[in-house]
Design a protein around this ligand. Structure first.
Ligand code: ITT
Length: 205
């Protein structure tokens, strides 16, 4: 197994650090081009490349993002790959849509969520992302979770980002993720989960 950062290469034949420009890239398994774009930007900030395995994974109807990720990843034999499942959890709705975020977005969308939230004062919510990575030594799948707290806006704002971004304002900011992609790239659930993955890779490979 090799994991490369810039001109550095860690190999597993004794874990020796060698100088080399050859890269073995990780690949992100997702059907969602926006998720890949965001993850790739984060990898590039860290001087790493990221491949895209564009596959639509049948999502398990499970209670947690972790279960979905483990199920998705267990369908792949290849190495150097990871998956990520994300969702928005709204406190006043008991965490809904949560693991059902994709189904809810594809059916009623942001308008449907805002309808459910009409007259609701408690707008607090959070995005969660869980990354699953299969270590090459055959060990258990590693999970890395990122969370960003925030609020459901009163109306959709901004044409950037994707999915629930136009109705989610992160804590400490005034604009939705749909209005300000820069803020999303700094504080998002995806970025926070990816940071943990990179820390793990740097420590272990
Ligand atoms: P894959 O499972 O193939 O990776 P997906 O689009 O189904 O792609 P998720 O299951 O992770 O991705 O996402 C569930 C829903 O939540 C889906 O409708 C997304 O659009 C939405 N979503 C995920 N991450 C988001 C983000 O960063 N901002 C806004 N919406 C997001």
């Amino acid at each position: 197994m090799k994991f490369c950062s810039g001109s550095r290469r860690l190999n597993d034949e004794g874990g020796i650090l060698v100088r080399d420009k050859k890269m073995t890239k990780l690949s992100f398994i997702t059907s969602n081009p926006d998720k890949y774009r965001e993850m790739k930007a984060f990898f590039e900030e860290n001087e790493l490349e990221l491949d895209w395995t564009r596959v639509s994974l049948p999502e398990l109807q499970a209670d947690t993002l972790e279960e979905v990720v483990i199920h998705s990843l267990s369908q792949f034999n290849g190495d150097s790959v990871f998956v990520e499942d994300a969702g928005v959890f709204i406190d006043a709705l008991g965490g809904f849509p949560g693991v059902y975020s994709r189904y809810v977005y594809d059916t009623v969308g942001n308008e449907g969520i805002l309808k459910l939230m009409e007259g609701v004062e408690n707008r607090s919510a959070r995005f969660e992302a869980v990354i699953g990575f299969k270590p090459l030594d055959g060990g258990d799948i590693k999970l890395f979770k990122g969370v960003v707290k925030g609020f459901v806006s009163l109306s959709p704002k901004g044409g950037k980002g994707f999915g629930y971004d136009p109705i989610f304002t992160p804590e400490g900011f005034k604009k939705t993720f749909g209005e300000d992609e820069r803020v999303k790239s700094m504080v998002s659930h995806r970025k926070r989960a990816a940071e943990k993955l990179l820390q793990y890779l740097k420590r272990n490979l």
